[in-house]
Design a protein around this ligand. Sequence first.
Ligand code: PLP
Length: 412
Amino acid sequence: MTTDRFPTSGASAEDIIAEVTSFREGDLDWRSGRSFSLVYNPDDPALEHLVEQVGASFLHENGLNPFKYPSLQRIESDIVSAATSLVHTGPTAGSCTSGGTESLFLAIYTARETARSERGIDNPTVVAAETVHPAVAKACHYLGLELVRTPIGEDLRADPEQLAAAMDERTALVVASAPCYPYGVIDPVPAIAALAAERGVLCHVDACLGGWLLPFMERLGHSVPPWDFRVDGVTSISADVHKYGYAFKGISTVLYRDPSMIRRQWFLYSDWPGGLYGSPTTAGTRPAAAMAGAWAAIRFLGEEGYLAKASQVMEAMAGFTSGINAIDGLEVHGDPDMSVFEFGSDRFDIGAVGDVMDDAGWNLDRQPGGLHAMLFPYHCHVVHEFCADLADAVANHGESRGKAATYGGVAP
Ligand SMILES: *Cc1c(COP(=O)(O)O)cnc(C)c1O
């Protein structure tokens, strides 16, 4: 290993692999079923292997020019077509993006441009409940829109009356979550979309989390509040394939009800000595591996595969939530609609319980109001172990070590 900032001579492949493997010793082990965010363990080694194989075979291609790589045009259009069928529109109105954040950026950018050209608004706002994902705040910050956040109701969902009060002639877009990350509840989309439609405002549903799971839950007979394009007034949806679509990282979809809306998302530039430059999403050079991997996941699982994974997730959800609620003093907050939830206690220090769980090898996420978990297919194998350790932690916790509530992070 070199200590220079730039290696003088090359190392052997063997040494490089050994070295990089050693870097990973401190990484979160997402295969163990003991982590509850960031990586979605599909409990399916054959799927994992296939998406890696297909993804690796597209590592070098560039999706910037679809005419040079018709394979990528085909792959993107198949993914968008599959995604739009899940949310009941399409098949053409959408793009693959690098993740939920980019999908939200593009939906917000499209809304800004629509408000500017159709309504003459040059200082637009976006209105959303306080539970909306920080990627919405980030997009507004980057794109020069003002985000107006409103208090949630007692059921932890967006409150349509509060949203209505926050909307005015500057409002370009209202965002609802299906579900929101902190509590896993779906906002009342029909009421919110109706408020938007009455005012000629666009309505985006952030289904980054739910987009690839809720449709299958519904087909399994779970009660799922309406949230997709079957709701009048919903104009765009974001749905991440790298979450419950079980693709590896770097793939989401942004979907529009009206195919003409996507034209506002495209960037076309003709005044350049290099010729006409056209770009459908944020990236210039577009990596293709994640799209190819996602395409393979969809082909491999099919509807039946996603239904089977959804029932595993819901089995885990029933086991975890009933186990938690059965422990005296603990409760799941609100009435989560999917597989994401917060739990806490008004009797004892939930942070201290989280610390004991950490010591036992679990990695529950901290929120200001309690502990947070998202469940993946693999979690159905650890329900009993988790509930037993949690009961122990509740019985034997000390003082909280004061671990902060964090989601992402910035390494200086
Ligand atoms: C994950 C997530 C996002 C952001 O997606 P990234 O893929 O992390 O960029 C947005 N909204 C919700 C509800 C999410 O869960």
